[in-house]
Design a protein around this ligand. Structure first.
Ligand code: SER
Length: 317
């Protein structure tokens, strides 16, 4: 990777990935793009920024030529619950959008990173130690777009030699840009609530286990897979990666240990609960460990310490 273009730089992962890639590759060599560039935080203006709607394939190709891009990170997506509310738009962004990215990659010879998800699995997938290669058949539009984009990436690799790679992210927990409309968002919101009001109402039932990861590990995964030696890769797209698995009670207790007055109750949102119930409890990420040395650095305790430290500092009364 020398010259990188990120689609969705104003989003939850994009905002931090842009910053991290610029640290490693230089401000001028990482182009931040988003459909809503007015949302860019000031620090993103340290390098090139461009307005880009992922459906505008012509403009994407023009930017790839203009900045001599060799790697595209496509982070444009609607998260799972929003995608259920707007399935047609989710399909357009997730599938037509990614098809355009792969076509530009084929014509102009760039590599592509695609973030698939635990959402690419479905109710018939084994939920515990979910293997790398297993039945997927998701029943959400988010999942349909994710699994289709994984397959499309594999196809473009085999048929046209496009260097398409990616991971299946679990819920990502961060303290810079909030996610929105995702099923795993509760695991971010609970920290903000603990610090800001001391109370949280959880939209998922106790006992709903999901894979999760702290943002620094997610950035590390997204960069390491693209830097990995291609000769060692058996898979290319949709590597399972995880760092921890917990249910609402476990994360609540981890916070309460540090903020004893913190209280949580439940008001289950049926759409989110239905989505969460169709996803794995815990994935097996041994293929990523074996093929490109994936290893997370953060667990629930270290992440909780860090999240509460950062947010308490920010919202100090
Ligand atoms: N965080 C995503 C969501 O909840 C899952 O990949 O939609």
């Amino acid at each position: 990777m020398k010259n990188i273009l990120i689609i969705g730089s104003a989003g939850q992962i994009g905002s931090e990935l842009t910053r991290e890639l610029r640290k490693r590759y230089g401000n001028d060599n990482v182009v931040a793009t988003d459909i809503a560039p007015e949302k860019f935080k000031d620090e993103l203006k340290a390098g090139p920024i461009e307005a880009l709607d992922i459906l505008d394939t012509q403009k994407l190709a023009d930017l790839v030529r203009k900045y001599k891009i060799d790697t595209i990170y496509n982070l444009a997506a609607l998260l799972s619950a929003t995608a259920e509310a707007k399935p047609q738009l989710a399909w357009k962004i997730g599938l037509y959008g990614h098809f355009g990215v792969l076509e530009v990659a084929r014509e102009l010879g760039t590599a592509v990173f695609f973030p698939s998800s635990i959402g690419s699995f479905g109710p018939t997938t084994p939920h515990d130690n979910t293997p790398q290669d297993v039945i997927q058949r998701p029943n959400t539009m988010y999942g349909v777009t994710k699994v289709s984009a994984e397959l499309l990436g594999d196809y473009y690799h085999k048929r046209f030699g496009v260097d398409s790679r990616g991971v299946r992210f679990p819920g990502i927990i961060s303290n810079v840009t909030l996610p929105g409309g995702g099923t795993t968002d509760y695991a971010v919101e609970i920290y903000y609530a603990a610090v800001q009001t001391g109370k949280f109402t959880c939209p998922l039932k106790a006992g709903t286990f999901l894979d999760m990861m702290y943002m620094p590990d997610a950035l590390h995964a997204a960069i390491s897979i693209m830097e990995a030696n291609p000769d060692k890769l058996v898979h290319h797209n949709g590597f399972n990666v995880t760092a921890m698995s917990f249910d609402p009670e476990i994360i609540y207790k981890a916070i309460k240990k540090r903020i004893p007055d913190f209280v949580m109750d439940y008001d289950v949102e049926p759409i989110k609960q239905g989505i969460a119930d169709s996803w794995p409890n815990k994935m097996d990420d041994s293929a990523a460990r074996e093929e490109w040395g994936w290893k997370p650095n953060w667990d629930l305790d270290s992440m909780t310490d860090d999240m509460l430290k950062v947010l308490s500092e920010r919202f100090k009364k």
